[in-house]
Design a protein around this ligand. Structure first.
Ligand code: COA
Length: 329
């Protein structure tokens, strides 16, 4: 028995900010950003909360599956930018969609959020505990980015990807294997220090900018290159997969150089790598489901395609998934 994605959709806010936008007020250039990150533009939501990115994608996803909101019995939201500290964004989404008789929760694993939440959703389905999970990977990074810091302002964007996870009709399809890891020692390099119980909000935390992202870019970069490639190669070996067997690597979109290094270690040509970082930047938990949804929408995913999903993020958290795509185009 395996669990699989049976419907998928995404939502990106309409307002586009290209690299020249940052060059108007920060010491940076389009060339530097393109060369060091591969990002050309990103979307920022001018109003609303994270749940306002999720809800349109969720509605489309449910409609495409031909079911009603009440057919969902569990909602998981992977995010680091929840609407509130509590209640969970899963509760907000439930209420906005009017889903009855469901339960749900948020999952915090930063850029690995979707990968961790997908495995969680699949195991809940496989165990028989739930029938259909509304699985949301979504972040409104513009709510925590320091727009005065050129080394982080240019990296992130807002966006949501939503899918439905349920029992696979074919046990050889869907989520077939995973490798997931955390290393809390990495927390010092990428975090949001204040606002939780460690450092509750105060005038001092606001004055010091401690509600923004803190990032020491180079150690994050170095660990990401090694971590993402390691688990991607390991899952290939574990499942006797060669690069010829793989239709696509679906990598977290943090930096084009990290993606390229991972693909190289896996022996994959660039045409076998899903890349849309140039359009959306790093939408944290949104990147992987947005990629899957876009490729599916554009008819570039075929039933039976072998995919490796791969992520690295704050925590540190990282992981890979071996997935056989089980949706007809
Ligand atoms: N424009 C121009 N210069 C910039 C800049 C920008 N937007 N951002 C940083 N710089 C400068 C730095 O200030 C530094 O200047 P200095 O040498 O005078 O101090 C110089 O560029 C080199 O900085 P460095 O940090 O070595 O650059 P880098 O090549 O490592 O690229 C990141 C910086 C942030 C793009 C890169 O480290 C990165 O992508 N890290 C991982 C981030 C990530 O993935 N985060 C999400 C978690 S998955």
């Amino acid at each position: 028995m395996s669990a699989t994605i049976t419907s998928i959709a995404h939502y990106l806010p309409p307002d586009i900010y290209n690299n020249d936008y940052f060059a108007t007020y920060l010491e940076t250039t389009n060339d530097w950003i393109m060369e060091r990150t591969g990002i050309s533009e990103r979307r920022f939501a001018k109003e609303g909360a994270n749940s306002d990115l999720i809800v349109p994608a969720a509605k489309e996803c449910i409609e495409k599956r031909g079911i009603t909101p009440n057919d969902i019995d569990c909602i998981i939201v992977a995010t680091v930018t929840p609407d509130h500290m509590f209640p969970s964004t899963a509760c907000v989404v439930q209420n906005k969609l009017g889903i009855k008789n469901a339960w749900g929760f948020d999952l915090s694993a930063a850029c690995s959020g979707f990968v961790f939440a997908f495995v969680t959703a699949a195991k809940l389905v496989e165990s028989g505990a739930v029938k259909r999970v509304l699985l949301c990977g979504s972040d409104k990074m513009s709510s925590i980015v320091n727009f005065q810091d050129r080394s982080q302002a240019i990296l992130f964007g807002d966006g949501a990807g939503v899918c439905i996870v349920e029992k696979s009709d074919d046990p050889e399809m869907g989520l077939l294997d995973h490798i997931l890891r955390v290393d809390g020692n990495g927390g010092q390099y990428l975090n949001q220090v204040a606002g939780g119980s460690f450092k509750p909000a105060s005038h001092e935390t606001v004055d010091k900018g401690e509600h923004y992202i803190f990032q020491d870019g180079q150690p994050v970069f170095k660990h990401a290159v090694v971590g993402m490639a390691d688990v991607s190669v390991e899952i290939m070996k574990k499942n006797n997969l060669t690069s010829d067997d793989i239709a696509y690597l679906v990598p977290h979109q943090a930096n084009l150089r990290i993606i390229a290094a991972t693909a190289k270690r896996m022996g994959l040509n660039p045409d076998k790598v899903m890349i849309n970082i140039e359009k959306y930047g790093n939408t944290t938990a949104g990147t992987i489901p947005i990629c899957l949804s876009e490729w599916n929408q554009n008819g570039k995913l075929q039933k039976g395609d072998r995919l490796i999903l791969s992520s690295f993020g704050a925590g540190f958290t990282w992981g890979s998934i071996y997935l056989r795509w089980n949706m007809n185009n």
